[in-house]
Write a protein that binds this ligand. Structure first.
Ligand code: ZN
Length: 452
């Protein structure tokens, strides 16, 4: 049993706006939110005056402890969640893909074994089933009964066995509509990619990746997906929107289709000029970094209504593995680190200003990811009954470097700094991190949120 904790006077984002209040954490839950709360016997009392208390944040798009092609990712659940937790991210969403000769249940067990007892954050997965015959659907139904709420589909990656045609996607979404599940979709149109690859032969420069996976591929697939969502009524979530063009299309579709979207900080803060550098291979990821004009259009769109939330698509490779990209696109691992940079960079996107920026963190990194992942109201807001995941922050702390990962990876944002200081992190009522360090580094206490 953890003794109750009363956090006094921190500024909390309440439905009517930010205000200094007391928050009582008890038995792993938020027991009360209000003014001048009485401290229960044996409660630890924390003075949070002058600081902000945010809900624990969620990165619903991370790749950890996985093998992609020949490469084993640099981050395990332990190192990836460590980088996340010290920044106030208390929940992570990963991915389970059903292998060609594997039941869905076996795929889930395989993923669960990697995370169990090893994650500092609470965690869940998005499911990618690859069988849709009668037995396949029975398996999907069984996983929904266990507590899975989200699926992930791809309109590309035919060679990896992940491709779903628009027609198949429409059929799948029609069947999923009444389950309450949401489908995450990687949107790049396979035909547009084929044409672009034909037009732009790889020359050895990392920039070729951007030419061969153009803006048009994302826009085309997003428009198709919007039509499918509108026709089927099934909720869809576009992952890693990388272009202002696609963000604008999503914004226009809000009224006619149940569509939500995320973007990742690397599409806001980096652009394809990096790919022209000799070490441009370090920033190879899919979708690719975009022309500067798309990045700035996306930045503007993200700050209005086009994007619901931010997530990282954290996919960190060891530095030596990333170096194989020097030999050309065909040998390159695609993905960049980002989970440790998410919170400071979203703060940066909203102007590095406590009064205006911190409420946006509560919305874009806590409330909406929890809603999209089906975790709200257990996660996502500081309100009675929710898990006691809370983060004490100072928006004007000393300048410090941004660090995407604690593993052996190339830094995605070299030289970038932040003044956002994460003073203390409670996960289900337990004080687990503060000032950049884990308090229990050898005892990862994250719980699985989707296996009943
Ligand atoms: Zn991803």
């Amino acid at each position: 049993m953890i003794p109750p904790t009363l956090i006094r006077g921190g500024t909390v984002c309440l439905p009517d706006g930010p205000a200094p209040v007391d928050v009582l954490l008890e038995d792993g839950r938020i027991a009360a939110v209000g003014e001048a709360l009485a401290a229960p016997a044996a409660a630890e009392v924390i003075d949070a005056g002058g600081l902000w208390l945010l809900p624990g944040m969620t990165d619903l798009h991370v790749h950890l402890d996985d093998r992609i092609g020949p490469w084993v990712l640099a981050d395990t659940w332990t190192t990836g969640s460590a980088a996340a937790l010290v920044e106030g991210i208390t929940t992570l969403g990963g991915f389970v893909t059903q292998g060609p000769h594997e039941t869905l249940a076996a795929a889930v067990d395989r993923a669960a074994a990697k995370a169990a007892g090893r994650s500092h954050c609470d965690y869940f997965w998005h499911l990618t089933p690859t069988r849709f015959d009668r037995a396949g659907w029975e398996e999907i139904a069984a996983q929904l009964r266990r507590g899975f709420r989200t699926f992930k589909f791809y309109t590309t990656y035919r060679e990896a066995g992940l491709y779903t045609s628009y027609r198949e996607l429409a059929e799948i979404l029609k069947r999923l509509r009444d389950t309450g599940a949401r489908s995450l979709v990687h949107c790049e149109d396979e035909d547009v990619l084929d044409e672009a690859a034909n037009l732009h032969r790889a020359t050895g420069s990392a920039r070729d990746h951007a030419l061969r996976r153009p803006v048009l591929a994302e826009l085309t697939a997003v428009l198709q997906l919007i039509d499918i969502a509108a026709a089927t009524g099934a909720p869809v979530h576009v992952v890693h929107v990388s272009t202002g063009a696609a963000a604008a299309a999503i914004a226009r579709a809000r009224e006619r289709a149940p569509v939500t979207a995320e973007t990742a900080p690397h599409y806001l803060f980096l652009d394809e000029t990096l790919l022209k550098r000799a070490d441009g291979y370090r920033w190879l990821c899919t979708p690719p970094l975009r022309p500067a004009a798309e990045a700035s259009a996306l930045r503007r769109a993200a700050l209005v209504v086009a994007v619901d939330l931010f997530a990282t698509d954290h996919c960190a490779y060891r530095r030596a593995d990333k170096e194989t990209g020097l030999r050309g696109l065909a040998w390159a691992p695609y993905g960049v680190a980002g989970v440790g940079a998410l919170v400071p960079l979203v703060y940066r996107a909203f102007g590095d200003c406590p009064e205006t920026g911190l409420p946006e963190l509560a919305k874009y990194l806590a409330l909406r990811p929890a809603q999209v992942a089906g975790l709200y109201p257990r996660k996502g807001a500081i309100q009675p009954g929710a898990d006691a995941d809370v983060v004490l922050v100072d928006g004007s702390g000393p300048e410090r470097p941004i660090r995407s990962s604690v593993a052996d990876t190339w830094e995605t944002y070299p030289g970038m700094t932040t003044r956002l200081a994460v003073r203390a992190v409670w996960r289900r009522g337990r004080l687990v991190a503060g000032d950049g360090a884990l308090l229990e580094p050898d005892a990862p206490g994250g719980e699985c949120l989707c296996l009943k």
